[in-house]
Design a protein around this ligand. Structure first.
Ligand SMILES: Cc1cc2nc3c(=O)[nH]c(=O)nc-3n(C[C@H](O)[C@H](O)[C@H](O)COP(=O)(O)OP(=O)(O)OC[C@H]3O[C@@H](n4cnc5c(N)ncnc54)[C@H](O)[C@@H]3O)c2cc1C
Length: 601
């Protein structure tokens, strides 16, 4: 049979299926690029999908660093998921991500499609990817996808490896980056892999007979691995960090399955957990979740001191804050060791763009767990909240650089372009350490604000502070503990943004309070979920009108999102924009972090 190759031409081709790639693709598409997204499995979400069911955490450390939650695209997804998926079904999370990607007219989504090679070109001493080779077996199709820019967000880094992008695997020696938490000598060891499972209370006894090939565990094996709750097991059932995460897949998949079944056998049949009697296993993963594979090398390698000292960078485009979360490579076999050591540090840290592109393949970005960080720094950056903000950052950077038309990402990463990327990220509701709205196109920056009422310290003018959350002094020297939002005293309420003179208004951006101080997470764990509100967040403005001078331009009911952008097909000339808040999703006052006004779409 002769298979013909379909040639596709696009601006930005992104490989992977996890949260990093979803954010990269959507941010690039919303910023005007044509995107092809290539994912080798049938659903999006990577480790957060229904295939693996890992819950997304990030800089707010399960809500213990209140207010540090990632905003931008991930917040949009989380808020929508909380409303549309109160029952915590992971398949609905898959569908939400699918819908988000499919509804972008600029994205071509190729599911079940494996990237397995690429074509390179050499010019002026630079290596560039010109196209990638993709196979979709289900339709017996081959694609060659030509693009100006590429991103490898595949976790394992197949595209980067095929292109010859430099990478590391395993742990660096202490001496290489002066990292106190690194081993004395470099090695090839990584964090391990896990197969998770879920169970539900069936209200009557549920026997479990383990297959005879399941592992046998004894009480001593759980000395440092407490079995807390039966509905979601167990992130610490980890194994395989001494193997190669790519080549030894079959071996650790089988072992992880033996371990998962063996742990459940222990729970059900050891007699130590009588509370599990009515629990029945309702899902067990078929694909092991991988924690660590290749880490590519960019012009900058993020290291322990930068993470732990809360470093900021001129070219920062993302941030992190999860603990440095190191695990013994032996996983469950290290019975006398804690399954993880989470090393604390007070500040948030910046992630430079130089850690998100290859130092030797000129047009290759990466985001997710494969970015340019040492093993120790990766132990913090790897969590999916951080992967998401890195993804959004490279999508935005790709859009900026494509317009620039330079040969390599490094050439495009000029201070002026970095400023433009940072401002575009803030406009799209991302958060960057110590960077505030200075968008010259935003008309509201020259405006004055008044309101029907103000709570003490939360005056109307704060919607122009340029910062869209409350900061905490512990986050770093750039962080001031001052309110950044307007609060009314009661409802209904209005906020007026008065421009110095009339201007054509084509777009109105409003950022509401979505309760960043509270953890918001989709998780199978009942106890973790109990801290979240699975529904609209009560601080959010629900019903509102926007008037341009006397004209009612926008009327919204039932809002449950933090950032709303209202585009007027026909711009209206006005000198005053009034936001009239009629109702919230629960609280008794209106809370707005930012208003932006643009003359152009
Ligand atoms: C057991 C476990 C527990 C964890 N605990 C947490 C936690 O509590 N919270 C948290 O936030 N993070 C946690 N992590 C870390 C986190 O899940 C990963 O770091 C994160 O998923 C990395 O995201 P990613 O998008 O880079 O890659 P992944 O989520 O791994 O996604 C990569 C995607 O790329 C696709 N792909 C791979 N190769 C190709 C190819 N050649 N062509 C096309 N597509 C390809 C894959 O199918 C996959 O969909 C945990 C990880 C594991 C394994």
């Amino acid at each position: 049979m002769k298979i013909t190759i379909t040639e596709l031409f696009t601006d930005f081709c992104v490989i992977g299926g996890g949260i990093a790639v979803v954010c990269a693709a959507i941010s690039a598409a919303r910023n005007g690029l044509r995107v092809v997204l290539v994912q080798n499995r049938s659903v999006l979400g990577g480790n957060s999908s229904s295939e693996i069911k890992m819950h997304i955490v990030g800089a707010d450390r399960h809500g213990t660093r209140p207010g540090a939650r990632e905003t931008g695209l991930l917040e949009e997804f989380r808020l929508e998921d909380a409303c549309r998926n109160p029952g915590r079904t992971f398949a609905l999370w898959d569908i939400l991500l699918y819908e988000k990607v499919k509804s972008e007219p600029n994205i071509l989504l190729l599911l079940d499609s494996e990237c397995h090679g690429c074509t390179l070109a050499e010019a002026d001493g630079n290596t560039r990817i010109t196209s990638v080779n993709v196979t979709r077996s289900v339709t017996e199709d081959e694609f060659r996808i030509h693009a100006s820019l590429f991103a490898d967000c595949s976790g394992d880094g197949r595209l980067g490896a095929e292109a010859g992008a430099e990478f590391r695997m395993g742990r660096e020696a202490q001496s290489e980056f002066g990292e106190s938490l690194a081993p004395r000598d470099a090695d090839q060891l990584t964090l391990g892999n896990s197969i998770l499972f879920t169970a539900r209370n069936a209200d009557h006894p549920q026997p479990f007979v383990a297959p005879n090939w399941a592992r046998k565990f004894r009480k001593e094996d759980f000395k440092f691995r407490p079995i807390v709750g039966y509905e979601y097991g167990y992130w610490w059932s980890e194994w395989g960090g001494r193997l190669n995460t790519i080549k030894d897949f079959d071996l650790f998949r089988h072992e992880c399955l033996q371990i998962a079944l063996g742990v459940w056998d222990y729970v059900k049949n050891s007699g130590d957990h009588p509370g599990s009697a009515n629990y029945v296993l309702d899902w067990i993963g078929a694909i092991p979740g991988k924690r660590e594979s290749r880490r590519f090398l960019g012009p900058h390698v993020l290291a322990q001191q930068e993470v732990m000292s809360g470093a900021t960078f001129d070219d920062q485009v993302a941030y992190g804050g999860w603990w440095v979360d190191l695990h013994p490579p032996e996983g469950m076999d290290a019975v006398d060791e804690e399954p993880c050591v989470q090393i604390d540090f007070p500040a948030l840290f910046g992630i430079p763009l130089r850690s998100l592109y290859s130092r030797n393949v000129g047009n290759l970005f990466f985001a997710g767990r494969n970015v340019s960080a040492t093993h120790v720094a990766f132990a913090s950056t790897r969590v999916m909240g951080t992967c998401a903000v890195m993804g959004q950052a490279i999508g935005t950077a790709a859009a900026c650089f494509l317009r620039d038309g330079k040969k390599t990402i490094a050439e495009s990463a000029t201070p002026l372009n970095i400023l433009a990327i940072q401002q575009a990220l803030l406009r799209d509701d991302a958060f960057l350490l110590g960077v505030r709205n200075e968008d010259p196109e935003d008309l509201a920056r020259r405006a004055c604000c008044t309101a029907s009422s103000e709570e003490s310290g939360c005056g109307a003018s704060l919607v122009l502070s340029g910062i869209t959350r409350e900061l905490n002094e512990s986050w770093g020297p750039w962080s001031r503990c001052e309110p950044n939002h307007w609060s009314s005293q009661s409802l209904p309420a209005w906020l007026d943004v008065e421009l110095p003179e009339s201007a054509a208004i084509a777009q109105i951006h409003v950022t509401f309070d979505s309760g960043l101080q509270r953890e918001l997470i989709l998780t199978p764990s009942d106890s973790i979920s109990a801290k979240s509100i699975r529904g609209p967040q009560p601080e959010l403005v629900k019903d509102y009108n926007i008037y341009l001078d006397q004209t009612l331009a926008v009327s919204v009911s039932g809002n449950y999102l933090r950032k709303r952008v209202h585009t007027l097909e026909n711009p209206i000339s006005a000198s005053r924009v009034r936001i009239e808040v009629l109702a919230t999703q629960g609280v008794s006052n209106a809370r707005i972090f930012e208003v932006r006004l643009y003359s152009k779409h």
